[in-house]
Ligand binder design. Structure first.
Ligand code: PDD
Length: 275
């Protein structure tokens, strides 16, 4: 497996990371995860755009788009992985540990690829989720490397035998610890608006596009945990998970406790898009 770090392609196992990399000390950087289906990138430009936007938001300004695009293609082409996930991160750079950052530090890029199967059985059966207070910072639209709150929130689900933690701020559902959350109520699809409180997922955008294309009514509005407990359907989305039905929240069945009709339709439309 060939990966990339700081100007060099190398064997993944032999790679060593610079100790002064600010990603290491501070989680000071941004990242993306991009899907590869049948040897082709899915929603490539959207991911590259978002990577550059995230970098800009945290004042990493010298990221070269052409360089990023080249690295992504090289990593895909130097590895024989037909169905996978490509990870890329941009760190602010390498420097002695100091919170403040000198403006001339050169961003450091890391990229690697792994095989990733579609989670077909979870897509069919649905999963359980739990809820918890969203205590992250107020720039959740930045795909930051600093994921401490997200990993703590995910672990909260894992410890209860659930797959995802649905986060809420004062009762309003924002997103999952690593996914976007949707609910269906009376044939209307609801999801939190794309503001600073959520990551505007690429899969979220694909789903909203499909809803528009197939005439499913959409409201990009916050809804509460209590609204969600009366929803007909709940599901979450992400690059690696696609569209996963949530059939139980905090131990209580959603709707009739099975993946819902609108969710299944969207899964079917999504399938058509990637195959
Ligand atoms: N996670 N919200 C959060 C907090 C996320 O971390 C992610 C993605 C999403 C979904 O975004 P997208 O549809 O663009 O993947 C929403 C990635 C996959 C990860 O950290 O592995």
């Amino acid at each position: 497996r060939i990966s990339y770090y700081n100007g060099q392609y190398m064997n993944h196992e032999e790679m060593s990371i610079k100790s002064g990399d600010r990603a290491f000390y501070f989680g000071d950087g941004v990242y993306e995860v991009i899907r590869i289906y049948d040897g082709n990138f899915f929603t490539f430009d959207e991911h590259v755009d978002r990577l550059l936007q995230s970098a800009e938001e945290i004042l990493i300004r010298d990221v070269n788009r052409a360089e990023v695009v080249e690295i992504l293609h090289e990593i895909k082409d130097r590895n024989v992985i037909l169905n996978g996930a490509l990870y890329i991160q941009v760190s602010r750079g390498i420097a002695p540990r100091d919170h403040g950052f000198p403006h001339l530090t050169k961003p450091v890029i890391y990229a690697s690829i792994r095989e990733a199967k579609r989670p077909l059985s979870l897509m069919n059966s649905g999963v359980e989720a739990v809820t918890a207070e969203d205590y992250r910072w107020l720039k959740c639209h930045v795909k930051s490397l600093n994921l401490l709150a997200n990993v703590m929130e995910k672990q909260h689900a894992v410890e209860q035998g659930a797959k995802e933690t649905i986060l809420h701020r004062d009762g309003v559902v924002t997103e999952g610890s690593s996914t976007n959350i949707f609910m269906v109520k009376n044939e209307v699809l609801f999801t939190h608006p794309a503001n600073n409180l959520i990551l505007n997922g690429i899969t979220r955008r694909v789903v909203l596009g499909l809803a528009e294309e197939y005439d499913i009514a959409v409201r990009e509005e916050g809804f509460t945990v209590s609204d969600m407990s009366e929803a007909d359907e709940v599901f979450y989305t992400s690059t690696t998970q696609e569209i996963i039905p949530v059939v139980k929240v905090d131990g209580r069945s959603v709707g009739d406790g099975k993946p819902g009709r609108v969710t299944q339709q969207l899964q079917e439309y999504f399938n058509k898009k990637i195959t």
